[in-house]
Write a new protein. Structure first.
Length: 417
């Protein structure tokens, strides 16, 4: 017994609209403990809709449709479902009255095509839409199959789900267990290397462990099925603890944690302050740090030293260092970090200088070459070289540079340098 999400709309296939409905519904299904193995996106085409129905009705017991319930000719979801199950559409007078009342309340003239939204297959229950004119339906066209339809407008769909669909599903016996997950986050280790370390956990059945790679970090989702969140956490915690131990410093947080928030908490706990000097990231590191609430507790500010003149005049980088080693070098990164630390009188300082591309690279210094400097409370300074790859796009190189700087600081804070 499992559910399947079917999102209808050619605009989704073209990428004109982000499919947020599928993600939201997937999370809701997990919260009800309803297994969910398939998602489908199909365009506004009645033949393709019926082909999707043919597959979905064989492998899933709950089919959740979003989209295609409007008044226009390309809104075909209800028609396709009725046609597939060879059931006539009937106009529902209560829906007609509801649509007319909503138009009158808004002082708008109702056009005849809106009555299309009052057609439902014979035997289907109305799934009311308090916000819009397109209701959905709850229908069991055959044994062990339930169909729920919702409009594609997220606000309308969500209210209908919460007010009608959830009570209905719970009344049918669903929702007695939940599926709860924790997302463990790692940086500084590749997906394959982490998988090798924790491979013994991939065979577990409750909780389950699954790997993901995302924007330069690796994630492990640990999920448990239980009667409630407290019981699920009791199942997850021992496994999560073992994984964290095996990962060591490569583990940095879970769920809503970010590198910036984790670093901020460590600085706050230590009663220490931070400043930054940025070149190729153009303020991205500072923006990442200040994206966490309360950053003023520990973040004093920074300088965006994009030109060599600013590096020299504001950060005290020696002209000789730039001439001898180049602006993108370990030596300049270290000077930038020491310069901003002294200027803003902070405990820690980070600096970034690099070649984000798409131009400006050479054989000796290719696009993707970045140096990060870190100045420490004892006035020691280190410079670290990163090669992010010429094939990566400019914004991704800048993003990885900022994340790597924060991760470098996180590790230093944890080991007590």
């Amino acid at each position: 017994m499992s559910a399947e999400i079917i999102c209808v709309g050619t605009e989704l296939l073209l990428g004109d609209i982000l499919n947020s409905n599928a993600r939201w519904l997937a999370q809701e299904l997990a919260g009800l403990g309803i297994p969910h193995f398939y998602q489908t996106v199909v365009g506004d085409n009645i033949e393709r809709l019926q082909k999707v129905l043919a597959m979905a009705s064989q492998r899933s017991s709950i089919l959740i449709f979003t989209g295609g319930l409007g008044p226009t000719p390309d809104d075909l979801t209800t028609e396709a479902i009725a046609l597939y199950f060879q059931t006539p559409l009937k106009e529902r007078e209560e829906i007609v009255s509801d649509i007319k009342a909503k138009f009158a309340k808004r002082e708008r003239k109702m056009t005849a095509n809106n009555l299309k939204q009052a057609l439902l297959p014979e035997g289907a229950e109305i799934l009311p839409n308090p916000n819009g004119t397109a209701p959905g339906m709850i229908w069991q066209p055959q044994e062990n199959l339930t169909i729920l339809t919702f409009p594609g407008v997220p606000s309308e769909m969500r209210r209908m789900w919460e007010e009608t669909a959830i009570p209905y599903l719970k009344n049918q016996g669903w929702g007695r267990e939940i599926i709860f997950s924790q997302m463990l986050k790692f940086r500084g280790i590749g997906e394959s290397a982490l998988a090798e370390k924790v491979k013994a956990f991939f065979d577990l059945t409750n909780p389950t462990v699954a790997p993901y790679a995302s924007n330069g970090e690796v994630r492990l989702r640990v999920s448990a099925k239980a009667k409630d969140q407290i019981e699920a956490l009791a199942i997850i915690s021992p496994v999560a603890s073992q994984i964290k131990y095996l990962a060591g410093l490569d583990y940095f947080g879970c769920d809503e944690d970010t590198l910036a928030s984790v670093v901020g908490d460590l600085l706050r706990q230590a009663g220490q302050t931070l400043s930054v000097a940025e070149s190729c990231t153009g303020g991205g590191l500072g923006a990442m740090i200040t994206g966490s609430g309360g950053a003023s507790d520990y973040f004093m500010g920074g300088i965006m030293a994009y030109s060599n003149e600013v590096k020299i005049s504001q950060l005290g980088v020696a002209q000789e260092s730039i001439s001898e080693f180049g602006a993108v070098s370990k030596e300049v990164a270290c000077s930038m970090a020491l310069g901003i630390k002294e200027k803003l009188k902070t405990d820690w300082a980070l600096s970034i200088t690099g070649i984000a591309g798409p131009s400006g690279g050479s054989e000796e210094k290719p696009v993707g070459l970045v140096y990060i400097g870190i100045a420490m409370p004892n006035n020691a300074v280190e410079g670290v070289k990163f090669l992010f790859g010429e094939e990566k796009q400019r914004e991704f190189i800048r993003y990885l540079s900022s994340c790597s700087a924060l991760d470098l600081l996180r590790r230093k804070l944890l080991v007590g340098v």
